[in-house]
Design a protein around this ligand. Structure first.
Ligand SMILES: Cc1cc2nc3c(=O)[nH]c(=O)nc-3n(C[C@H](O)[C@H](O)[C@H](O)COP(=O)(O)OP(=O)(O)OC[C@H]3O[C@@H](n4cnc5c(N)ncnc54)[C@H](O)[C@@H]3O)c2cc1C
Length: 355
């Protein structure tokens, strides 16, 4: 049934669009229909009508955290298009779900507000930032997120919900994988400041806000982590696997395995102690030590590891979803065999899975 209830709304139709046109990995087939909601009200209304009709639905922002199956897809896409950004001198920032996240960061930095400058250059929409509690360089949106305006798909209610109710954790919230609500708006409380928050990769140094943003954009671009249509290293879903968090004993076992393979690696293994006593490891380091080099497998493969960063799986132009999944399985299995660690994908999968 290609006709959806959203046809009763005055939404902007995105005719003939495929998910490969709407995602940064640039794979994914044709939805039953696709629409852009231009206001929060349109977004909530569209979701309510599609839910009432029982139509499978994908709420989409910038498509930068998705792996989508090829072929005909039994779902309707609604793109969040409400892109208002309000920045107040006291540090309060509100953004519509469809605002480009990096525009929000730029506006905050321009207004002399600190708190999200290390999240510069993360692709996608403001509305998706709480979904996986986006983070980079030691900061997460959850550090400054006060509340989100949700359309609750279970109750049909539109309400402002405190950030504390989202179970925010490392690359996680209770919105991710559940689709239980549409994020209509987000609200942040930032700090008026001339200086940035401490930059972890510079040993905690603080820079003037604008310099900090430029520094982060420079470091990210060097890793292929800023979107650039001309650079296939950025045709990705960002970091493909989350950094595994393991118990201290398992971390020691992994370090010994690395040391046995190459003397010195045991001590060199990155370890980030967590408040609960566990240890976060670097997925990129494990991938490299399991034998996967940048550009793996070779320069003919349609899907390869980025030539700048082993944690990004990239589309070199002609890759389909199957090519990406095959590469992801090879990397996951290789790390499991080498270190006994199960890498878990970070993106949301639609119509296919890694298993
Ligand atoms: C080059 C690159 C670099 C990246 N770097 C980082 C990084 O440093 N840190 C990081 O955390 N992530 C990073 N990512 C991942 C990605 O950019 C973020 O997860 C981003 O927040 C996804 O936003 P989006 O709008 O593209 O979401 P989409 O990919 O469109 O959607 C992702 C999920 O969120 C849901 N969703 C989207 N919008 C809404 C909404 N309004 N309401 C409810 N659900 C919604 C979707 O249904 C889907 O399940 C990177 C990705 C790329 C391609």
């Amino acid at each position: 049934m290609a006709e959806t209830s959203a046809t009763h709304l005055d939404l902007e139709p995105l005719d003939g669009v495929r998910l490969k046109d709407l995602t940064t990995l640039r794979v994914g087939g044709a939805p039953r229909a696709a629409w852009r909601a231009r206001t929060a009200e349109e977004l909530a209304h569209a979701v309510s009508l599609l839910d009432a009709a029982g139509d499978p639905l994908l709420i989409l922002g910038g498509g930068s955290n998705l792996v989508v199956a090829d072929g005909d897809l039994d779902l309707t896409v609604v793109v969040a298009g409400n892109d208002d950004i309000e920045v107040r001198a006291d540090g309060l920032v509100r953004a519509g779900a469809g605002a480009v996240w990096d525009d929000v960061v730029a506006a905050a930095v321009d207004a002399g507000l600190s708190g999200i400058e290390t999240l510069s250059g993360i692709p996608g929409s403001a509305g998706a930032t709480p979904v996986q509690n986006v983070g980079a360089y030691g900061a997460e949106v959850g550090d400054v997120l006060t509340r989100v305006r949700l359309y609750n798909r279970e109750t049909g209610v539109v309400e402002w919900v405190p950030a504390n109710d989202l179970d925010l954790a490392y690359r996680y919230s209770n919105l991710k994988f559940t689709g239980r609500a549409a994020v209509l708006e987000i609200e942040l409380q930032l700090e008026p400041s001339e200086l940035s928050i401490p930059l972890r990769h510079l040993g905690g140094k603080q820079l003037p806000l604008k310099e900090a943003r430029e520094e982060i954009l420079r470091v990210r671009a060097a890793k292929g982590m800023v979107l650039d249509a001309d650079d296939h290293d950025t045709w990705s879903a960002g970091s493909f696997f989350t950094n595994p968090v393991v118990g201290p004993e398992q971390a020691d076992v992994i370090a010994r395995a690395a040391e046995a393979e190459r003397p010195g690696d045991g001590d060199a293994m990155p370890r980030y102690p967590q408040p609960d006593g566990r240890v976060k490891l670097s997925a990129a380091w494990l991938i490299e030590r399991a034998g996967f080099h940048r550009g793996f497998p070779d320069d003919k493969a349609p899907a390869r590891l980025s030539t700048k960063h082993t944690l990004a799986l990239t589309n070199r132009g002609g890759a389909g979803a199957g090519d990406v999944v095959k590469l992801a399985r090879t990397v996951r299995d290789g790390v499991r065999e080498r270190f006994g660690v199960e890498l878990v994908p970070e993106p949301v999968w639609i119509g296919l899975s890694l298993d």
